[in-house]
Ligand binder design. Structure first.
Ligand SMILES: [Ca+2]
Ligand SMILES: [Ca+2]
Ligand SMILES: [Ca+2]
Length: 289
């Protein structure tokens, strides 16, 4: 999951730009939060900048607290923003898995007693019983992600057999043509969208070599996602993880859009959509504005 606070420089032309030199995360649950920002970050007068933060929960439900400390050259430095996340247990009947797609691969029989993973073996426009996708390319080779190197974000119900079957094949979107979008007809309501992703391509297996955005329902949920920065790996070591975003659907169709930002291509290995009967929480508490 990602938190994307926006910082605004409310000063006028006479007060000049604000330069952020440090972004630190402190407090009891600081290790659950991280960022991949390139500093210093300069915000001009009247301008604003987003500050994407990563949040990877641990297995203990409850309230998670940390503080974001922003060191800058303005008057109120350091600026402290409290971060709060609430982890709820992920159990039926409050949660139901409504779609599973093995992007780029064959159907996979579930080993957790839940629904199976649908096939997605056609490049270009493709569809299955739960989804359609407008474009994308499936490479001929097979990825070599190691199960023992999986990021902590990969759920425990993904066993080694399932992991290998899902992550072995992928779907990416070339820069040409439209941006890749999955569409799933679903009843209106609250969902959690899990994107299983990792970089399995040698030439882009280092930080900064592949960066993309993910939007759900026309809202950026994953901003400047760099899967190597998030999940580790480099050279011949390929690590995989999972991104998880809450979303509310109000138009009968869940839209999952992968967008280029100019650094290589978006890539994914699987999608899982979970319906929640509990309301989506606001995971970010910003007492300043
Ligand atoms: Ca494209
Ligand atoms: Ca929609
Ligand atoms: Ca796959």
């Amino acid at each position: 999951m990602q938190l994307i606070p926006t910082l605004t420089n409310e000063g006028g032309p006479s007060t000049g730009a604000i330069e952020i030199t440090e972004v630190n995360i402190t407090g009891i649950d600081a290790t659950l939060f991280s960022h991949n920002l390139t500093l210093p970050l300069v915000i001009g007068p009247g301008a604003d900048k987003t500050l994407p933060l990563n949040f990877f929960p641990n297995d203990i439900s409850g309230i998670k607290n940390a503080n974001l400390q922003i060191v800058h050259n303005g008057a109120n430095s350091p600026f402290i923003v409290p971060l709060t996340a609430i982890l709820e247990e992920f159990i039926a009947p409050n949660y139901t898995i409504v779609a599973r797609i093995n992007a780029g691969g064959n159907s996979v029989t579930a080993t957790d007693g839940n629904i199976d993973w649908e096939a997605n073996t056609d490049s270009g426009a493709a569809s299955g019983s739960s989804y359609s996708v407008n474009t994308g390319t499936i490479p001929g080779g097979t990825n070599t992600f190691l199960y023992e190197n999986r990021h902590t974000s990969v759920p425990d119900y993904i066993d080694e057999t399932t992991f290998n079957a899902l992550y072995g094949k992928e779907r990416y979107d070339a820069t040409s043509g439209p941006e890749m979008e999955f569409k799933l007809p679903v009843p209106n309501g609250n969902y959690l969208v899990n994107i299983y992703t990792g970089n399995g391509y040698g030439p882009t297996n280092n930080i900064g070599a592949r960066v993309f955005d993910i939007s759900l329902e026309n809202e950026i949920k994953g901003d400047d996602i760099d899967v190597v920065a998030l999940f580790g790996g480099n050279g011949n070591v390929f690590n995989a993880g999972m991104l998880s975003y809450p979303v509310t659907v109000t138009d009968g169709e869940l839209n999952i859009l992968f967008e280029h930002i100019g650094i290589e291509n978006p890539v994914l290995q699987a999608i899982e959509v979970i319906a929640s009967t509990t309301a989506n929480r606001s995971y970010f508490n910003n007492s300043h504005s």
